[in-house]
Design a protein around this ligand. Sequence first.
Ligand SMILES: Nc1ncnc2c1ncn2[C@@H]1O[C@H](COP(=O)(O)OP(=O)(O)O)[C@@H](O)[C@H]1O
Ligand SMILES: [Mg+2]
Length: 417
Amino acid sequence: MFNGGSRLLEDPEDVLRFNDKIFPYLPFVWFHTQIDSNPGAFAFILRHHRRAWRMTENRTQHHQRAYGHRQRLEVEDPSTEHMFLAKDKTLQDLIYDLSTSGSGSGLPLFVQRTVARTIVLQEIIGKGRFGEVWRGKWRGGDVAVKIFSSREERSWFREAEIYQTIMLRHENILGFIAADNKDNGTWTQLWLVSDYHENGSLFDYLNRYSVTIEGMIKLALTAASGLAHLHMEILGTQGKPGIAHRDLKSKNILVKKNCTCAIADLGLAVRHESVSDTIDIAPNQRVGTKRYMAPEVLEESINMRHFDSFKCADIYALGLVYWEIARRCNAGGIHEEYQLPYYDLVPSDPSIEEMRKVVCDQRLRPNIPNWWQSYEALRVMGKIMRECWYANGAARLTALRIKKTLSQLSVDEDMKI
Ligand SMILES: Nc1ncnc2c1ncn2[C@@H]1O[C@H](COP(=O)(O)OP(=O)(O)O)[C@@H](O)[C@H]1O
Ligand SMILES: [Mg+2]
């Protein structure tokens, strides 16, 4: 069933995209275009102009200070490639190398390119806004390949850039493997390669299965852990910036084989530059999926100068995802059918105006059934949801607080996690 053509495809439920400045991506673009146009010449440039590179690096120190957390492009000698890509290396080995190499921001770009170009695509597994997601094979293992159309080049840059944020890797965030752009003469193929999860999205999963109380807590706790890691700023040279997702929903969370969550689709994320207390791109007022937009996003009152506002909007969406999960929880033989949040209050593909009326004017939220009070786990989940849905973003729980509450719940329920 998972591998068949019947996977529920992502409907385009209108996601508003932003118009970013291209400036921050230039080093990334430049690097990719250089190796594209003439790989041999590029190797030559690398060997003979390392000093020039270092000087350029000095000149860009100011930029680096301002963008301290941004990934430093790894201009490594291609001859190091054999260390990563010896014939017997599997994907697991590569990921292990990556976690122990200490670079903290992913595989060297040469290696990423070589891996991407030796993947054999197998079948289409999802359709999103930008093109298609495929299952592919690399050295016997499965990988997922998100293929962007040439028109979506900026979205490809942005998602690749976010995934290569230093120290982003976490068991509850989709594992990034490689980015590649390949010009075939007519158009540019833009690929993002990541771990493959055969259960697909949480949306697909909840449509197919109900979950036990333990299953519900595990999904909710691991989603909170992923989001807490994304949101958290870690200081120091091996630190990471705070990141807000801005399009959190059940279709953008994947379910791993062990029934834990991995947060995916980071294409709309924003990073906090804490030194200058600024956001790394010019954020638009309203991005994301309308159904999951927080009240302050719907009515455009969100304070975009304050990075925490974006985190609070993510928490509102996480509460909606929890409601989707909890409805499918099988306690005492009862569970409900799968539904999207606000299914009973707005039409499919709702407009901003339709959402605003319900969420802001009428201040309605998804229904929390009374019978949830009879089960401790569902009672706690209901309470968390209410505290994710306050109209005032600053009053909402943090991802870390939710993670702690659910960890405690898992102990109380005698779960082994
Ligand atoms: N790594 C993966 N493993 C399995 N399925 C995936 C993977 N990545 C994406 N998908 C499927 O493809 C869909 C679209 O992927 P997503 O990254 O959200 O793209 P878009 O930006 O186009 O929305 C997801 O909802 C999911 O069903
Ligand atoms: Mg998506």
